[in-house]
Design a binder for this molecule. Structure first.
Ligand SMILES: Cc1cc2nc3c(=O)[nH]c(=O)nc-3n(C[C@H](O)[C@H](O)[C@H](O)COP(=O)(O)OP(=O)(O)OC[C@H]3O[C@@H](n4cnc5c(N)ncnc54)[C@H](O)[C@@H]3O)c2cc1C
Length: 645
């Protein structure tokens, strides 16, 4: 068979030609509504890599049910990139005057932007007029909901922000907001989470060794440290011996140092170098651990400090007798989750439900229901988010391109915002503006800012990553193979996991292995050997130039090879794919391997978030910490700065 013919046959076997639930279109619940309006132009594109645009009051508009390329979806970033590339030289000059005047305009409708509107209304009063602009077709920012329908029954999964977790206890502000929204994570965990469900069926974790990296495709169930696992692992004898030692023997690889001295040393050596130079493992051990840090940091063990991985349970520290708690260079994650307190509960759509509860509070008529439980299955009426009679309006598909002010020293000090919506530019004015968008965008939006502030904002290069959610006809293959979570050290997606089980309100997770299910696969494009921020820049470019078809082929190939021995057939068993692509993902958290230790008040995020006249800066970037509590805390600080005077 010729090469081209062979590839065609391979793609056919993977099911690439098969229509999956209109992968580029709207499936499930929305399908009926769309069918009714299918003659309307612009609601969906035939190609998942093409722009999909529709006014949010269009009948059937329901972005959570869209599959295909989501996250930073086609249509959400082009205007911002044109601004970056000089293609919109003078946004104000070309804009249509709406005449709209607000008390507050918020740029960015993620948790931080929605929280900013909430706090502002709390201080300024219920009559405050607020406009929230977001470039995506849905609100929530990273806290995005993916909704799939299987025979009329919905299943939910997060497209980004998942847990109400944090390495710190939630602050009174962030905890207070959750409380006001009716969210008590501990009580919700006790009532609704079933973390033991898969293990009660005998399912556990496993590792998929791929033939490109390890010479053979093999899925092995169980703990890496167990003799049975290592016996089956396609690894050299020295590698097995060293893994056994690394995983099980309590050796002190830094003898003679105090705990504090050890921590200081560990904070300046990558985990990879720690393994090679101090633990002295055979180099063939490294590929098994290289991507263990992908999901948390967006880079491999070459770019994460040994100290950072210690509290995450990576091996090699058992004999060091390190004191609990953090050290000066540890960054935010190292304290572990012990004090975060809420890692056990998450909504079936992750923190998208927090965004929905905020939206219910801000625009009550758009979100039916009244409880934390019923918000999970509530069908949002997007047409009600931006009504002229709403005091608070949420305008989607709207990219702010310029935020200017008559400036300190001139009266009246007001903000003028120019935004792009469906290929037109508009202006709106406000007494105050909160930029709850990504830091890297702000220097383009506000060229008026002082140069050192713009440089500080540019420093914060966000972490690119992808959550690919795959709908399967059944999970019988997982059941047969005895796995619910698989680490895939050499594969395109480095982890695969069955959707956790949560029953809440009228929402039910599947229980039988013969029922359809959602599976999440995580990919972080990395370039080992570079600094963390350079790896993120490369990864961002990679994500923006990788089309849906590539993801689809990789997903089908990986699941087919991994689960094939359990009877999985990608052509038959995959029914839909949603690629949540986040080229600008987690907020950048300083890395002791590459970043200096700045004096208090002089770190880039602290310089970058300074108020500028009527403009204040929120978002989790403003805390250099990629968590929901920081997104909320920063919103609160920004609003306080605006209203304090
Ligand atoms: C895949 C993923 C998983 C995560 N998981 C967790 C988790 O489990 N727990 C956790 O606590 N945190 C998690 N995070 C971190 C997450 O970033 C924060 O928790 C939080 O959701 C950030 O909210 P935010 O409002 O600060 O930013 P965002 O959610 O990024 O919202 C900012 C919004 O501003 C928009 N915007 C940008 N520029 C413009 C413009 N010019 N005009 C209009 N709008 C603009 C953006 O598109 C975006 O919609 C995760 C992040 C990602 C990417």
């Amino acid at each position: 068979m010729s090469g081209a013919k062979g590839r065609c046959e391979r793609l056919r076997r993977l099911g690439m030609g098969k229509p999956i639930t209109r992968r580029d279109f709207i499936d499930g619940i929305a399908a009926a509504a769309v069918a009714a309006t299918a003659s309307s132009p612009g609601l969906a594109a035939a190609d998942p890599d093409q722009q999909v645009s529709a006014a949010q009051d269009h009948p059937g508009y329901y972005p959570p049910a869209l599959t295909g390329m989501r996250g930073s979806h086609p249509g959400s970033f082009e205007a911002a990139h044109a601004l970056r590339d000089g293609g919109v030289p003078n946004p104000s000059a070309a804009a249509i005057e709406t005449g709209e005047q607000y008390d507050l305009i918020v740029v960015g409708g993620g948790i931080s932007g929605l929280a900013a509107a909430y706090f502002y209304r709390g201080k300024a009063g219920a009559a405050a007029r607020i406009l929230i602009l977001d470039n995506h077709d849905d609100f929530g920012g990273h806290a995005k909901r993916n909704e799939f329908a299987f025979g009329g029954k919905i299943q939910l999964i997060n497209g980004g922000t998942l847990g109400i977790d944090s390495p710190r206890p939630y602050s009174p502000v962030a905890g207070g907001l959750l409380n006001a929204l009716g969210i008590d994570p501990t009580a919700l965990a006790a009532r609704h989470s079933q973390p033991e469900f898969y293990s009660s069926l005998g399912l556990g974790s496993g590792v998929f060794f791929d033939k490109e990296t390890f010479g053979v495709d093999r899925l092995i169930r169980g703990k890496i440290s167990s003799p049975e696992f290592l016996d089956q692992a396609p690894l050299s004898e020295p590698a097995r011996r060293d893994i056994q030692r690394l995983e099980t023997e309590p050796i002190d690889y830094l003898p003679g140092l105090t705990s504090a001295e050890k921590k200081a040393r560990l904070s300046r050596i990558s985990y990879r170098d720690y393994l090679l130079d101090l633990v002295k493992v055979d180099p063939s051990v490294i590929p098994l651990y290289q991507s263990r840090t992908h999901g948390e940091w967006g880079v491999g063990i070459d770019a994460v400090s040994a100290l950072d991985v210690w509290p995450f349970g990576l091996p090699g520290f058992q004999g060091l007798k390190l004191d609990a708690g953090s050290a000066p260079h540890m960054g935010y994650t190292a304290a572990g989750y012990a004090d975060g307190g809420s890692y056990k509960f998450h909504f079936p759509d992750g923190n998208a439900s927090i965004a929905r509860l905020l939206v219910r509070s801000l625009t009550p008529t758009a979100v039916p229901g009244s409880t934390v439980e019923d918000v999970v299955t509530a069908r949002i009426d997007y047409g009600r988010l931006d009504r002229p009679d709403n005091p608070i309006r949420i305008r989607l598909g709207s990219t702010a391109l310029s935020v200017s002010t008559s400036g300190p020293g001139h009266l009246p000090v007001v903000a003028e915002v120019v935004y792009s919506r469906m290929d037109r530019l508009y202006t709106a004015g406000a007494e105050h503006c909160v930029l709850a968008c990504w830091s890297t965008m702000i220097p383009y939006l506000c060229p008026q800012l002082p140069e050192p502030q713009k440089a500080a904002l540019r420093y914060l290069v966000k972490v690119p990553l992808v959550y690919t959610n795959v709908a399967l006809r059944s999970w019988r293959a997982f059941h047969r193979l005895g796995v619910s979570a698989i680490h895939c050290p050499g594969s395109y997606h480095s982890s695969v996991r069955l959707n956790p089980v949560t029953d809440i309100g009228s929402y039910r997770s599947p229980r039988s292995p013969d029922e359809p299910i959602l599976v999440r696969m995580v990919r972080t494009p990395c370039s080992p050997g570079m600094s963390e921020r350079d790896q993120h820049r490369m990864g961002r470019a990679d994500l923006l130039t990788t089309g849906f078809a590539t993801f689809e082929e990789k997903v089908r190939d990986q699941l087919g090879r991994m689960l094939g021995p359990g009877g999985f057939d990608p052509a038959r068993d995959i029914t839909a794919i949603t690629v949540n692509r986040w080229p600008h993902g987690y907020a950048y958290e300083y890395n002791p391997l590459f970043d200096p230790v700045w004096p208090e008040g002089e770190a880039p995020h602290e310089i970058g978030r300074a108020r500028f006249g009527p403009i204040a800066i929120a978002n989790s970037d403003a805390a250099a910490a990629a968590y929901t509590d920081t997104a909320i805390d920063q919103a609160h600080r920004a609003v306080e700065e605006l209203l304090a005077g």
